[in-house]
Design a protein around this ligand. Structure first.
Ligand code: ATP
Length: 266
């Protein structure tokens, strides 16, 4: 059962009755969720409950896992993203992704930003696009004098902001973030959290995080996933409760949500 505490049922992205399998293993069962436009939604829950699996369904990253299979319906502006006519590469331009570990290309800082735009046939002023993207990712002041240096020459926190700038440069509408701060120090983490507040004015953000304080600091809505053992110890994840972050943290409707957010879990 999903308890939805007042989240708009219409979303820019919507999952309806989604099951995700890896081979014969049902990893996520019957997920129904709507992601509202220009808000930050946090996915929280214990390890293995399917947060990343569900996140990756939203831009078809699971297509890259040969044994992954998605049932049900996921729509982007009402259109089925798994329809045979949809080009997953094009979809990922509209629904970008930032990963747990920063993964700059082995190229200069400038080229890290310009590369995707060029692939997309960007015809505008590239210098301006690079500067704007780096400014939006709160990195410009730190790199403006060394745009030709390798992306790898930056610190971990700067590399992650470079990856966010790279994602922004192709002008997506949605940014999926899979534990983007888990490898970062507290100062870099706070910078990225601050950045999210700015980015949500223009982008819709879904973030997977293990950090409860981070979820409560950055998100407008929180989805709590849980995992249960079924036959012969197989684990199945599901969405338990979804609502405004304040309610999920301060007054959840489900006991398991209360236990998890208060640290009494397991
Ligand atoms: N590529 C894969 N191949 C096979 N099984 C997978 C794969 N990715 C995830 N799974 C399985 O799917 C289930 C959900 O995993 P997922 O990584 O989505 O959970 P999670 O909640 O994000 O966990 P964590 O918080 O530990 O990252 C787990 O049982 C996991 O073992």
């Amino acid at each position: 059962m999903v308890v939805s505490n007042g989240v708009a049922t219409k979303g820019v992205l919507e999952a309806q009755g989604v099951n995700v399998y890896y081979g014969s293993h049902l990893a996520v069962k019957n997920c129904n969720i709507a992601i509202p436009e220009r808000r930050v939604v946090a996915f929280i829950g214990p390890s293995g409950c399917g947060k990343s699996t569900m996140l990756r369904c939203f831009n078809r990253m699971n297509d890259l896992v040969a044994i992954a299979r998605v049932e049900g319906r996921i729509t982007y502006h009402g259109a089925d993203i798994y329809a045979p006519t949809v080009d997953p590469v094009g979809l990922r331009c509209s629904i970008g992704m930032v990963f747990q570990k920063a993964n700059p290309f082995p190229k200069s800082i400038y080229e890290n930003i310009a590369w995707g735009a060029r692939l997309n046939n960007f015809q505008g002023d590239m210098d301006e696009l690079v500067e704007t993207s780096l400014r939006r990712a709160a990195l410009w002041d730190e790199v403006k004098d060394k745009l030709k240096a390798s992306g790898f020459s930056l610190s971990g926190g700067q590399q992650q902001r470079l990856c966010i700038a790279r994602a922004i440069a192709v002008q997506p509408e949605v940014i999926l973030m899979d534990e983007p701060c888990s490898a970062l120090d507290p100062i870099s983490t706070l910078k990225i959290e601050g950045l999210m507040h700015e980015l949500k004015e223009q982008f819709t953000i879904v973030i997977v995080t293990h950090n409860m304080q981070q979820a409560s600091r950055v998100s407008d809505y929180t989805a709590f996933f849980n995992v249960e053992s079924v036959d012969r110890g197989a684990k199945v994840g599901s969405l338990v409760e979804y609502g405004p972050t304040e309610e999920i943290f301060q007054n959840p409707m489900q006991e398991s949500t209360r236990d998890y957010v208060s640290g009494r879990f397991g």
